[in-house]
Design a binder for this molecule. Structure first.
Ligand SMILES: Nc1ncnc2c1ncn2[C@@H]1O[C@H](COP(=O)(O)OP(=O)(O)O)[C@@H](O)[C@H]1O
Ligand SMILES: [Mg+2]
Length: 518
């Protein structure tokens, strides 16, 4: 019998308090639920003892054994290398997908392999550093209700945050009980979501200043202008041409110069300052030698830009981009949440906040290096589709250097235009979670884009909630059941029929579960 030495069929060891783990993928669990198991991490990161006391519970994995190791003191399990007693041939017969594609031992636990019941763990950062994959970006695909958010909330937010030196920044789009679906989790980690409410000034609503020094620090003037251009494009109709860009650069330079020279009582320009500059663009020195017809063109484009930026200061975007960045917008050591659940479904607001939040984060990361950060964009086409995607992509090398992984969820590949930056980002992402797809053409898209085994492709149509195909790098996909702990079930439950009590706790069936604190 050949032993499978891959992590995909490796057994799981449960550590007892006082024992030590020397392995890689480890799972913390609360003392009270020691027998039951856990959530996951990588050993080189070390978990935060405070959060560890939480008592996060996972059903005991099949083949769990006691193992010794120093992490046991804090209540960890560890994946051991010893394979489950499955021969390669047996496994092949069961499912070709599990053969070639073990997941990383050093990883955040996702759940179990649907065929072998082995624990599956993966972490884009450690896998990227080990050169198993070429990008830390993650793409999660699946129809509504298939389990995308639950996976992201646990595997890319809560579980990594149990580690030291990990951070997550979420753009929270989905309303749940009158605020974003991450509101509870954000508070459990000690933060408060930044709430965006168009038309509301003050009263806890959030404003982001695209011209401030944090965003400037994230990529320099060229990228700040690129961000402004992306926003201007979204705020108007039609593409920007080279004269639009030229007039934007001219106005941007003018406003920056004015503030470098000093404006009493003001430290940085805000968008209304930029808006003012457009009127003078046509008179700037750089256009002095142009003939009248070209000057008319410059003036027209400058006005067009002005109107686009004015649009950002009023109507449905009012109060969101017109002043200095709100004081409460600070990078939380654990979970930072931009709550955009109150923004209208249509219109540019959502995409704008996502792209601005990403730019702001890049700026913050240049100042606060050393942590690995997951940037979560649920409904990721808002971020990657459209002009914002170009900004994100142009910074992807820089973001890797800053330890940033973009985790984007989308419903179907067909939501995204073929030639857009988003498609390129999806193709580049090396960690793909494919949840259920309803339509044959969406399934066919997945098979083609991710080079899936045909039989796995067809199974996309019948996956249960939480089940998905995981594809890491060029390895073959595996079918994974995402496992949630009891606590996690409470904060990931989005089927509204199950949620009746917004603030006091969550009612599941008839039983009220206590509000759980991490
Ligand atoms: N791992 C899982 N196991 C079992 N059920 C799950 C799992 N993940 C999610 N679900 C169920 O599916 C519902 C929808 O999940 P959600 O993550 O909100 O889907 P999506 O974000 O794709 O719309 C959840 O409320 C829950 O009932
Ligand atoms: Mg969702």
């Amino acid at each position: 019998m050949t032993r499978h030495r891959n992590a995909s069929d490796g057994s799981v060891a449960v550590l007892e308090p006082g024992q030590e783990a020397d392995g890689e993928a480890v799972l913390p669990f609360g003392a009270a639920d020691a027998a039951a198991g856990a959530v996951a991490v990588t050993v080189d990161d070390d978990a935060e003892p405070a959060v560890m006391a939480a008592g996060i519970v996972l059903p005991p994995p099949i083949g769990a054994q006691i193992h010794s190791g120093r992490f046991a003191r804090r209540g960890f399990m560890k994946v051991v290398r010893e394979g489950a007693p499955t021969t390669t041939r047996q496994a092949e017969v069961l499912n070709t997908a599990i053969i070639g594609s073990p997941t990383d031992e050093r990883g955040v636990v996702i759940g179990i392999d649907r065929i072998s019941a082995a624990m599956i763990a993966h972490d884009p950062f450690t896998a990227y550093e080990a050169k198993h994959i070429t990008s830390p970006n993650v793409c999660v695909l699946g129809m509504i209700g298939s389990g995308k958010s639950s996976l992201i909330k646990t595997v890319y937010v809560e579980r990594p945050l149990l580690l030291k030196n990990r951070r997550a920044v979420v753009v929270d789009k989905k309303p749940r009980n009158g605020e974003g679906e991450y509101a509870d989790l954000t508070r459990r980690f000690g933060g408060e979501p930044f709430r965006f409410e168009p038309g509301k000034r003050g009263n806890g609503s959030t404003c982001m200043n695209v011209l401030d020094e944090v965003i400037l620090a994230g990529g320099g003037p060229a990228q700040q202008v690129q961000l402004l251009a992306a926003m201007a494009q979204q705020a108007g109709t039609g593409e920007l041409d080279e004269w639009h860009h030229k007039s934007l650069r001219s106005a941007y330079r003018a406003v920056m110069r004015r503030f470098e020279l000093g404006v009493p009582g003001r430290s940085a320009p805000v968008l209304p300052d930029l808006v003012e500059e457009f009127a003078d663009v046509v008179d700037s020195d750089e256009f002095a030698r142009l003939r009248p017809r070209t000057l008319d063109l410059v003036e027209e484009r400058a006005w067009s830009m002005r109107l686009r930026f004015e649009r950002m200061l009023g109507e449905d975007l009012e109060g969101m981009f017109d002043r200095e960045t709100s004081k409460h917008v600070v990078l939380h050591p654990k979970l930072t949440t931009f709550d955009i659940s109150a923004l209208p479904e249509d219109g540019p607001a959502t995409s704008m906040v996502m792209v601005v939040a990403n730019a702001w984060l890049m700026g913050m990361l240049t100042k606060h290096r050393g942590l690995r950060t997951n940037f979560i964009a649920e409904e990721g086409w808002h971020l990657l589709g459209g002009p914002g995607g170009k900004v994100i992509r142009s910074k992807s090398k820089l973001s890797r250097g800053l330890g940033l992984s973009i985790v984007a969820a989308i419903h179907h590949i067909s939501d995204i235009p073929d030639d857009s930056e988003a498609i390129a980002m999806i193709k580049e992402a090396q960690t793909i979670h494919l949840f259920r797809q309803e339509h044959d053409d969406d399934i066919a898209d997945c098979v083609r884009y991710f080079n899936l085994e045909h039989s796995n492709g067809t199974s996309l149509g019948t996956l249960q909630q939480g089940d998905h195909l995981l594809k890491v790098g060029t390895q073959k996909e595996i079918k994974v059941q995402h496992i949630r702990t009891a606590n996690e079930i409470v904060f990931t439950e989005t089927d509204s029929a199950l949620i009746t009590q917004p603030s006091a706790g969550v009612v599941v069936g008839d039983e009220r579960q206590p509000q759980l604190a991490l």
